[in-house]
Design a protein around this ligand. Structure first.
Ligand SMILES: Cc1cc2nc3c(=O)[nH]c(=O)nc-3n(C[C@H](O)[C@H](O)[C@H](O)COP(=O)(O)OP(=O)(O)OC[C@H]3O[C@@H](n4cnc5c(N)ncnc54)[C@H](O)[C@@H]3O)c2cc1C
Length: 254
């Protein structure tokens, strides 16, 4: 468990950013990951009074605040209206409901874990993230950047007509960290597919057919860890790609 000398509610995103520049301070969102560490912080910066827990719609995109919880993603009628069960599929295996009521979208994306169900699911949706200093940048760019001290405030998901989406993951046991995550979107016949939990970063592949994606996935590096060997992860990638492509075609995955 970590300890901290001060606890501050940021009164604006800029205030949070200023406080976060000091290396001994840190942003506290859900605190679910942070609590596993044993660091001594000077100041914990709480974002919960900035109104960042909303999911809002404009004509062209959905805008999600960084403090939206994983449970909100899972149960939002607005997300379900545009993406069906996609956000429920990518969140429902993460620990349990009480945990998902605390863990946040911002904490999940900012931490950029290689295993992240959330980053994998967002990557094929052409999202933008908003950072206090860097402004709006593509999630693909942010996901590839090393951890920095900017503060993530919002994520925008463009509303694309006729988009189809599908999400799959594998775990050794229910609620464990995933051994592989796979998410895909299809727009005008073009498929974007993200494979996460594969290496330290998620990969985004593009193709017109399942075979294009299978060939691209062959060239990726699959790392080994305590959960799975690289050879088995490579094998799982083929299976998950076939499953999401079957879902995109409107069929049932096996
Ligand atoms: C036991 C366990 C199992 C898990 N299993 C899964 C799983 O199966 N799939 C999955 O996808 N995830 C999993 N996770 C990760 C989890 O879903 C969250 O991603 C994680 O807890 C971070 O979210 P948080 O809101 O708790 O962030 P915190 O713990 O509060 O913060 C995490 C890090 O991000 C920084 N940070 C937080 N918010 C911001 C922000 N707005 N801007 C900039 N930096 C920020 C913090 O300073 C900290 O360094 C698991 C976590 C745990 C502890």
């Amino acid at each position: 468990m970590y300890t901290a000398r001060n606890y501050v509610f940021a009164d604006s995103p800029e205030h949070a950013w200023e406080l976060n520049q000091k290396k001994t301070n840190t942003i506290l969102s859900g605190g679910c990951w942070l609590r596993l560490g044993r660091r001594r912080y000077d100041t914990l910066i709480d974002l919960s009074k900035l109104g960042l827990n909303q999911i809002e719609q404009t004509d062209t995109y959905l805008e999600l605040g960084a403090m939206v919880t994983l449970r909100q993603l899972e149960t939002s009628p607005l997300l379900a209206q545009y993406f069906g069960s996609y956000f429920s599929d990518c969140t429902k295996h993460i620990v349990g409901v009480q945990f998902r009521n605390c863990a946040t979208l911002g904490g999940s994306v900012a931490a950029r874990f290689g295993f992240s169900d959330i980053v994998t699911a967002l990557l094929p949706l052409n999202c933008q993230v908003h950072l206090v200093k860097a402004g709006w940048i593509p999630l693909t760019q942010y996901a590839a950047m090393p951890y920095d001290r900017d503060v993530l405030t919002h994520i925008r998901i463009p509303l694309q007509k006729q988009i189809q989406v599908a999400y799959q993951s594998t775990r050794n046991t229910q609620t464990d960290l995933p051994t592989l995550t796979c998410a895909a979107s299809c727009c005008d016949g073009r498929i974007s597919l993200a494979l996460g939990a594969r290496s330290s970063r998620s990969a985004l592949l593009h193709g017109n057919t399942q075979n294009d994606l299978l060939q691209e996935a062959e060239h990726l590096t699959y790392v080994e860890n305590m959960r799975v060997s690289s050879a088995y992860r490579r094998h799982l990638a083929k299976i998950l790609i076939q499953r999401v492509c079957t879902c995109l075609e409107g069929g049932q995955h096996p």
